[in-house]
Design a protein around this ligand. Structure first.
Ligand code: AMP
Ligand code: MG
Length: 469
């Protein structure tokens, strides 16, 4: 028995549509995340293929599709909603309340032209990358399991259908607020604000308190993304969670060679969601959240705009602080000194001009203190390293230890993900399981997995990722 304790299903009917998963032909379990199941108080043996695909709806579940709206690539897209995800319900685990969602579970009233399904590739990709994020210590939705449906889905070609069971602190998005603001539904906004505060930020108060708490968690999240070379790829307002978790692993990617303006998503032609654009986009999305909350902030619109603007103006400093904290730790610095920002920028600038592998450069700093094999521009390493060494000399303790716990040896690299998916399409899930197990310990040197620490060889580079849902 899964001990569901559903609160979203108690919210007003206009927050969702009750919708059962659409059964599939032949459920087949690919993987169950046993550790996560136990953390949620669920016996892993209960997570059957039938449960994962939605063929069996467990007792206590109250399946529903949430409604939300949003801006996509800066344009108002109107109503979106769960087009292929169904919330089974909530459980209260060791780390608090969690949603359990089946992604790819069939059409809902919000599917628009879509089939409500997912194919194996993105399901395995999200499984591996979201679990890798969790192991890196970065707030994220998790993967509880995956199953094949025994049905084909048609994308550019027929592909095996699959479902991912996703676990999240909640699925409340900036777009959830925008949805009710666009409808002029002040009452729903007030309910959603109270619900979100109670669920995520019980210490905060009112719409401005919520805005500030969301800003803080996004500043922290995006700083951590930058610290591992992560590019989300679709930071639309419907893909930004109020919980501060990374959500939606569509066209995301971890960078190999460092290029601050790196983009992988095939549809991000203008680089809107490039690596270095992410803090600005987070702020843009938060401004949309603030707009949605205006009617709750003050009955006088001008006063509301002024109050929200004052809170929003704090984002730059919040982000700067979070960013410095992340990169200081990457350089082994525990104390703060005024020159730290320049030291960090000096390194990143040299990494960019050498096209240094982001992960291996920092790992080299952590393990040997010598990144000259990656920062190869003539004189570049020699012109930076002495300043760093002098700065490290003013630190107490063992910086190497902090650095090895901060700079991973392993990230989910694109070319490995692609190879893993190719193998799975041939029926070989060994590379998938191997990636999962190595990426569960990203800070440990795992000599037997040295091949997975390597960047792509010439010809192996993946230049584009696809929403490919
Ligand atoms: P995403 O790009 O994953 O953030 O999805 C944006 C919107 O498109 C959301 O409302 C999704 O539910 C919807 N969507 C994406 N793929 C499908 C699909 N295969 N069937 C139905 N809706 C979908
Ligand atoms: Mg989405």
């Amino acid at each position: 028995m899964i001990a569901f304790d559903n609160t979203y299903a108690r919210l007003p009917a206009r927050f969702y549509t009750r919708q059962a998963p659409v059964p599939v032909a032949q459920p087949e379990r690919i993987v169950v995340n046993e550790a996560l199941a136990r953390e949620l108080g669920i016996d892993p043996a209960e997570i059957s293929a039938e449960l994962l695909t939605g063929n069996v709806v467990p007792e206590g579940a109250e399946p529903l599709a949430q409604v939300y709206s949003g801006h996509q690539f800066g344009n108002w897209a109107g109503q979106l909603g769960d087009g292929r995800a169904i919330l089974l319900g909530e459980v209260v685990g060791a780390r608090g309340r969690r949603d359990i969602v089946l992604k790819g579970a069939g059409r809902t009233p919000y599917s628009r032209g879509g089939d409500g399904r997912a194919w194996l590739g993105p399901v395995l990709r999200e499984y591996v990358v979201s679990e890798a994020m969790a192991a890196l210590g970065i707030p994220t939705t998790r993967a509880l399991g995956a199953a094949l449906t025994g049905e084909e889905v048609i994308r550019e070609r027929p592909l095996p259908g699959a479902v991912l069971a996703r676990v999240a602190a909640s699925h409340i998005r900036v777009g959830s607020f925008q949805h009710f603001a666009a409808a002029g539904d002040r009452e729903a906004l007030a309910v959603l604000t109270d619900y979100t505060l109670a669920r995520h930020y019980p210490e905060a108060e009112g719409p401005l308190g919520l805005l500030e708490a969301a800003m803080r968690s996004q500043a922290d999240l995006v700083a951590r993304w930058l610290g591992v070379g992560f590019i989300h790829g679709v930071m639309n307002t419907d893909n930004m969670a109020l919980s501060g978790e990374t959500i939606d692993y569509g066209p995301c990617a971890f960078m190999d060679a460092f290029n601050p303006a790196q983009v992988y998503s095939s549809i991000d032609h203008l680089g809107r969601y490039a690596w270095n654009a992410q803090p600005g986009i987070a702020q843009w999305n938060l401004a949309r959240l603030a707009e949605a909350l205006l009617v709750l902030i003050d009955a006088d619109e001008q006063a509301a705009v002024a109050a929200a603007g004052e809170v929003l103006a704090g984002f730059g400093e919040m982000f700067e602080r979070a960013h410095l904290a992340v990169f200081r730790a990457k350089l082994g610095l525990q104390r703060a000194e005024p020159g730290d920002k320049a030291l960090i920028e000096g390194l990143l600038g040299r990494m960019a001009s050498s096209r240094a592998d982001f992960t291996l450069t920092f790992r080299a700093l952590a393990s040997t203190g010598d990144a000259s094999a990656y920062i190869t521009d003539p004189g570049a390493w020699e012109s930076w390293a002495p300043d760093w060494r002098a700065r490290l000399a003013r630190e107490a303790g063992d910086p190497g230890r902090i650095m090895r716990a901060t700079n991973p040896a392993f990230i989910p690299r694109n070319h490995q993900l692609e190879a893993m998916i190719e193998a799975a399409l041939e029926g070989d899930f060994a590379p998938f399981h191997r990636l999962c197990s190595v990426l569960a310990r990203p800070f440990d040197d795992q000599p037997e997995a040295r091949d997975l620490a390597l960047p792509p060889k010439p010809g192996e580079e993946i230049r584009q990722t696809f929403c490919g849902t």
